[in-house]
Write a protein that binds this ligand. Structure first.
Ligand SMILES: [Ca+2]
Ligand SMILES: [Ca+2]
Ligand SMILES: [Ca+2]
Length: 351
């Protein structure tokens, strides 16, 4: 209570003083300020000598709410009207040629329409792509596969990329990391058919494709491009392998049927693609759901069964890629979904 009293008395005194002042000078203030009743909006200031609005450049009218001549209204702002197409050119070619309309407003151009696998390159606006990796140069015959030679870590090279492979035949052939294949079996379930893409063919009708496998030895599927400083990858094609596809669709001894018995479980199987730059730092990540049952409308749930182009340009200038697989189907030993994917036709953004 004491603190309230202390505050109250000075406030009352101030209010009384203000009231007295207002009584004495009422009317005098209004008459002496010609701007008191004037509003010049957001684009002008009132001149105190005569109460007129001085408008900002491009604005006009008593309240500065109109555009001056040679200016046009764009989203509540007055901008200089264009007089020719050159006034509208934003300097970028890929978004098309901007034009000056009869109303003095710039019209957006028609963007360059590149193929899905191509990227529009400034400053010329040309659609570019350079295929770096096809796996065809590995010389694999029809309906065959290569998963490693002797126990240990190996690499193989296709085009401008070096792929890591781990192989161990101590207890029969076992591999991780990357392999390559031309096998075509799209119907046989189980690990005996772990070398086939569900498409039965390489991307864009080719024979040979790459296989990635995140196995229990912990070898991350990884590849390194033939560049020291890095370049921008446009993207690559990915799809499921037959083994993984059928395991998710139908379930098997090791992994669950995606969606569960009634088809409503929100299961997913995801490939995460990470870019690595010349300092071995991660530049970003792009994700591809190779299976996604999270849709509330189960008719939208899907398993990828075609070669799917994935744009990787957002990873920036990179020297390599790392691949990680994850799933909703796990137990204490790790992921139950067979951790395979297929890859083909890696493209670089280059003229
Ligand atoms: Ca343009
Ligand atoms: Ca190929
Ligand atoms: Ca669903």
């Amino acid at each position: 209570m004491r603190s309230t009293l202390k505050l109250t008395w000075p406030l009352l005194a101030l209010a009384a003083a203000l009231a007295g002042c207002s009584d004495d000078d009422s009317g005098g203030n209004n008459n002496s300020d010609p701007c008191a009743e004037v509003s010049c909006g957001d684009h002008g200031t009132c001149d105190p000598t005569d109460g007129t609005c001085q408008c900002d450049n491009g604005y006009a009218g008593d309240a500065c709410d109109e555009c001056a001549s040679d200016f046009v209204m764009v989203a509540d702002d007055c901008v200089a009207a264009c007089t020719g197409d050159a006034d509208c050119d934003d300097g970028l070619a890929c978004n098309g040629e901007e034009t000056c309309g009869a109303d003095g407003l710039c019209q957006v151009g028609t963007a360059v329409d590149c193929l899905e696998t191509e990227t529009c390159l400034e400053p010329d606006g040309v659609c570019v792509t350079t295929v770096l990796v096809t796996f065809e140069d590995l010389g694999l015959g029809a309906d065959s596969h290569w998963t490693g030679d002797a126990t240990g870590v190996h690499t193989f090279v296709s085009g401008e990329a070096t792929f890591w492979n781990y192989y161990d035949d101590t207890y029969g052939p076992y591999w991780e990391g990357f392999a390559y294949s031309s096998t075509t079996d799209t119907t046989t379930p189980g690990p005996g058919n772990q070398y086939s893409a569900i498409t039965g063919v390489g991307a864009e009708g080719s024979q040979t494709y790459g296989l990635g496998y995140q196995g229990y030895m912990g070898t991350t599927p990884e590849l390194l491009f033939d560049t020291d400083t890095g370049y921008t990858i446009a993207g690559a094609y990915f799809t499921n392998t037959t083994y993984t596809y059928l395991a998710m669709r139908d379930g098997d001894a090791f992994s669950k049927q995606f969606g569960g018995t009634d088809g409503t479980d929100p299961d997913w199987y995801k490939l995460s693609i990470v870019g690595v730059d010349s300092t071995d730092a991660t530049t970003g990540m792009v994700e591809l759901y190779l299976a996604d049952y999270r849709f509330s409308d189960d008719a939208e749930d899907y398993l990828v069964d075609e070669w799917t182009w994935v744009d990787l340009s957002s990873l920036g200038d990179i020297v390599g890629l790392r691949f990680y697989l994850s799933s909703t189907d796990n137990d204490e030993w790790g992921m139950n979904t067979p951790g395979f994917f297929a890859i083909d036709n890696i493209r670089r953004i280059a003229p």
